[in-house]
Design a protein around this ligand. Structure first.
Ligand code: ADP
Ligand code: ASP
Ligand code: MG
Length: 402
């Protein structure tokens, strides 16, 4: 007998027919004598719809605490419906909200981190031979307030349960049949991967491949939870995410794009020591995460510094810099939202100097201008005009995998 943790995303439970499809997948493993704990997301676009409702009330942004009260409702609907479907099929089942399943988090509303899981209730329910359906993406903080784990956070809920309950399998069911070399909905020739390492998957997820949430991969690596990403609609093997894979002679594992990017340029800064420190210290104090940084050569005693942030942070970043105007001494600031980041990821590129030029050639061949570049041992990212994002994804992909 094994313990399976299965997670189903929003599209997998979008309507009654899909809910029954998922119920059947769960029951199939339960009937074989296995324990099954299931994590579900809100149905279809429920979370987006709830966010839109909040904007109707307060377009400037409601408090994060109240957003969490609202957003946790999405998963409350899906766990109850899935439990009802399993009841109807005639199997013992119980649905649990995040707090009932023992998810304790910090108080960072809307992007809370799991501190620990009190597994007592889940263990008791398994002892009673119940199938457990847990609301993903949510927990409770030390003040008994509801919290959510950030968009796509149900993946993290599933991995956390698999780690805490020492599950034999952690299966992430979704609307594609595995992890591909690029988004299969955008890139025609994307290929399915049998295996991928935690490190490569973590980079891809962080750089925009939403098939897995990056925190879930981080947690899987930390607790050595092997993940399987597979389809809830077609019965076939998926992609295994683990520490080491059989390395084929492959330079890059995948290509990702991220539209959640803005570039901020601070123009005419004094070309003095300490300016970069003052600028980025101001941003850090306001908890604004900076990704890429570009500094121009100095001219006439001034220089420009451009950097990228998440688009949702761009206004905050502009305000922060403006409030330091006197201390920083610059001419102007500019924010550009119509940019995208395209990245290639692969542990094999480290020892192959030609990889970057191959990527740049693909962009040049298609007259796509590069605005910024950043590299690490296992990734290369470029910032380009957002209108070329899908094209860049395809041409870079096909250059390496075509
Ligand atoms: P779920 O609702 O199941 O959590 P998501 O929408 O979060 O599903 O993630 C699945 C989607 O991720 C796919 O439909 C696909 O378009 C997208 N995706 C992006 N990059 C990749 C990739 N490299 N491999 C597979 N899917 C990807
Ligand atoms: N329902 C949440 C979201 O849409 C969590 C998830 O789907 O993982 O982000
Ligand atoms: Mg998801």
């Amino acid at each position: 007998m094994s313990l399976y943790v299965k997670k189903f995303g929003g599209s997998s439970v979008a309507n009654a027919e899909r809910v029954f499809n998922v119920a059947n997948i769960i029951v199939e493993d339960y009937k074989k004598g296995n324990d099954v704990i299931v994590v579900v997301s809100a149905q279809g676009d429920t979370t987006d719809d709830l966010i839109a409702k909040a904007r109707e009330i307060n377009p400037k942004g409601a408090s994060k605490r109240e957003m969490d009260v609202l957003l946790t409702a999405g998963e409350q609907i899906s766990i109850s419906l899935l439990a009802m479907a399993i009841e109807k099929l005639g199997y013992p089942v119980i649905s649990l909200l995040g707090w009932q399943a023992g998810f304790n988090t910090d108080s960072n509303h809307c992007i809370a981190r799991i501190k620990n899981i009190n597994t007592e209730r889940m263990k008791n329910e398994l002892d009673k031979k119940k199938i457990i359906i847990v609301a993903g993406f949510q927990g409770i903080d030390k003040y008994d307030d509801l919290t959510t784990l950030g968009r796509g956070g149900s993946d993290t809920s599933a991995v956390a349960i698999a780690a805490a309950m020492k599950a034999d399998r952690c299966q992430i069911y979704t609307d594609v049949d595995g992890v591909y070399t690029s988004d299969p909905r955008k890139v025609k020739f994307a290929k399915k991967l049998d295996e991928i390492t935690y490190d490569e998957m973590l980079e891809l997820a962080t750089l925009g491949a939403q098939v897995l949430n990056n925190r879930s991969v981080e947690m899987a690596k930390k607790h050595n939870v092997e993940l399987e990403v597979l389809s809830s609609l077609e019965k076939k093997p998926g992609t295994i995410v683990k520490e080491k894979v059989k390395m084929e002679k492959i330079l890059i594992r995948g290509v990702a794009k991220d539209m959640d990017v803005s570039i901020i340029s601070v123009i005419g800064l004094k070309d003095n020591p300490g300016i970069a420190f003052k600028l980025f210290n101001a941003l850090a104090q306001n908890k604004i995460e900076v990704d890429m940084i570009l500094q121009s050569v100095g001219r006439d005693g001034t220089k420009d510094i451009s950097f990228s942030v998440k688009r949702s942070e761009s206004e905050n970043a502009m305000r922060t810099i403006d409030s330091f105007r006197e201390n920083l001494e610059f001419e102007s600031i500019k924010c550009s939202n119509n940019v995208a980041k395209v990245s290639i990821v692969g542990a094999g590129m480290e020892s192959h100097p030609g990889v970057a030029s191959k990527m740049f050639e693909a962009l040049y061949d298609n007259q796509i201008n590069i605005q910024m570049i950043s590299t690490s041992e296992i990734k290369i990212s470029v910032i380009i005009d957002e209108k070329y994002a899908d094209k860049a994804l395809t041409v870079v992909h096909d250059k390496f995998f075509g």
